[in-house]
Design a protein around this ligand. Structure first.
Ligand code: ATP
Ligand code: MG
Length: 276
């Protein structure tokens, strides 16, 4: 469909309704995960389950699969977005091993891809995105992992009565598109850290996974990995581990994002400490 006059995000003719930077190809995902994979056995267990389900529906050509996709909910910084991207990479790997399989693209839908000033335009956007997921975003027959990241901010935000109504109309377009989704070539992933803001109807259509705070041993594994990448010495790594164990036990570090902040702080202290 035509996309004239929207003012921003244009110049992406191949990707249709999404900007080029919102379309991730296998090479992009390989750059992120090829040399440093996600850590933690629990994450890999969930990843394998998701990949298994999608692989089955895609390989068997199940067009009206019961599972349209996945709803990943959990606290901030626990790896939901990363898991969704890793799933696209995993599918890329599994299908690349089979010659003659079409390529796979991960399409990132964010608030700016949907939000439009005039009533009705957002609905048109949603239809257009799903139409591209059906036909392929950049090549014909391409398969798509469609990610609605922080879905509550895209579709389900609450506000004034008017906004509520508006969102209701977006939601019904979204659900219709999901119900019509060809599950032999596309899968939808939703993430949120505010499941309380998300419509109940989501739970009828998507398989729900709660991604909780990781155990301390995963937090430590991630921290040591980050420290190693910053060339921490073995004593520095052990010091980091001991401090992190205390911070985790005290509930000061809970998410993977907390770990990153903790390592940065530790890094700054040790570098500054050596110089001063
Ligand atoms: N399994 C993992 N192993 C190592 N690092 C990870 C893993 N999962 C996520 N990370 C890192 O932790 C940080 C937070 O992850 P991510 O952004 O995926 O969390 P999120 O749950 O989507 O957060 P939010 O709810 O705020 O959107 C990222 O920098 C990511 O690279
Ligand atoms: Mg996220």
């Amino acid at each position: 469909m035509s996309d004239h006059g929207h003012g921003h995000g244009n110049g992406h003719h191949h990707g249709g309704p999404l900007a080029a930077e919102n379309l991730l190809h296998f090479a992009d995902l390989d750059e992120q995960f090829g040399t440093r994979d996600i850590l933690g056995a629990r994450y890999h267990t969930v990843l394998n389950e998701l990949a298994q389900i999608v692989e089955h529906q895609w390989r068997s050509g199940i067009k009206r699969g019961l599972i349209k996709g996945f709803f990943l909910s959990g606290p901030p910084g626990t790896g939901k977005t990363t898991l969704a991207r890793r799933l696209a990479y995993e599918l890329g790997r599994r299908f690349a091993a089979t010659p003659d399989e079409p390529s796979i693209v991960m399409a990132l839908v964010d608030g700016s891809a949907i939000a439009r000033s005039r009533y009705g335009e957002s609905e048109e956007r949603i239809r257009d995105i799903f139409a591209h997921a059906q036909s392929g975003f950049t090549t014909a027959g391409q398969r798509t992992v469609l990610l609605f990241d922080d879905v509550e901010s895209i579709l389900m935000a609450r506000g004034s009565e008017h906004v509520k109504e508006w969102h209701f109309s977006q939601d019904s377009v979204f659900f219709h598109a999901v119900d019509e989704l060809d599950t032999s070539r596309a899968v939808v992933v939703l993430t949120t850290n505010r499941p309380d803001l998300v419509d109940e109807a989501i739970r009828d259509r998507f398989l729900e996974y709660t991604i909780g705070y990781p155990d301390a041993d995963i937090l430590i594994e991630v921290a040591r990995n980050l420290g190693t990448a910053q060339q921490f010495t073995p004593p520095q790594l052990d010091d980091l581990t001991a401090r992190l164990r205390d911070a985790a036990a005290a509930g000061e570090v809970k998410s993977l994002r907390d770990v990153q902040r903790f390592v940065i702080r530790h890094y700054v202290h040790s570098v500054a400490g050596e110089r001063l």
